[in-house]
Design a protein around this ligand. Structure first.
Ligand code: G3P
Ligand code: CA
Length: 235
């Protein structure tokens, strides 16, 4: 069972921060999940919400400010990392799941990866792009045939069936409350990796594994690593 650290170790650290990613890395998470958006000056920053209200208590839209302005506004609070900063620290050390939030983030991320990180085709296997929007993944597929793509699902676990031919998905992400036996079977037959979000109880690991789930997105990668190492090491 692959452990995907949701916004880093976000159960123990502020989400989508370098502290959270470092905790996930130390916990030996297999993959670090993070959310990216573009600033007004087209820099990819790592933040989940479109606004800073929930995380930084500021009524500010990320897309309406430059990186320098965001840095000024959030000075004295938890710094918002750029995707470049996260990649500089973790690319090639741990798998990175870049969830695309907001338009244009995918193409910008491919450009950054091509420019500064990925020097050979196998390099793309360090990265998984995910989105709830097939249209955003299609834009990535257009500019990069080697990108690993994951379509995220909410209530409807069959959305990937309509997209798979065009996207050539590596993975699908299902909401833990909307897992469907037939959808799992179809994904398995197509050779698609199946993960579930967001799972925070270790007691759920074995039932999910029995249902054919390959990975879990969790806020507690340390607990999940301990549980898997002690209970499922030889499974
Ligand atoms: O990757 C699964 C999960 O991150 C999707 O939901 O809202 O946490 O980005 P959200
Ligand atoms: Ca996410």
């Amino acid at each position: 069972m692959l452990i995907i650290a949701h916004r880093g170790s976000s159960g123990d650290m502020p989400e989508n921060t370098m502290q959270s990613f470092e905790a996930a890395y130390s916990a030996s998470a297999d993959m670090i999940e993070l959310d990216v958006r573009l600033t007004k000056d087209n820099v990819l920053v790592v933040i989940h919400d479109a606004r800073l209200l929930r995380t930084h208590k500021k009524i500010v839209a990320v897309s309406g400010k430059t990186l320098a302005e965001l840095r000024l506004i959030t000075a004295g609070t938890m710094p918002i990392p750029t995707l470049d900063e996260v990649l500089a620290r973790y690319y090639g050390r741990v798998l990175i799941n870049i969830e695309l939030k907001g338009r244009g983030a995918g193409v910008a991320a491919v450009e950054l990866l091509k420019k500064a990180y990925i020097k050979k085709v196998s390099g793309w296997d360090n990265i998984l792009f995910s989105s709830f929007h097939g249209s955003e993944l299609l834009k990535v597929r257009k500019v990069c045939t080697h990108a690993n793509l994951a379509l995220l699902h909410d209530e409807n676990p069959f959305m990937f069936v309509a997209y798979h031919k065009r996207l050539q998905l590596t993975a699908v992400g299902f909401h833990r409350l909307y897992i469907n036996r037939l959808a799992i079977e179809i994904a398995k037959k197509a050779g698609i990796f199946i993960y579930v979000y967001t799972v925070n109880r270790t007691a759920a690991i074995e039932p999910l594994q029995r249902r054919g789930i390959d990975g879990v997105v969790t806020n507690y990668p340390d607990r999940f690593r301990d549980y898997i190492d002690s209970h499922l090491a030889s499974a």
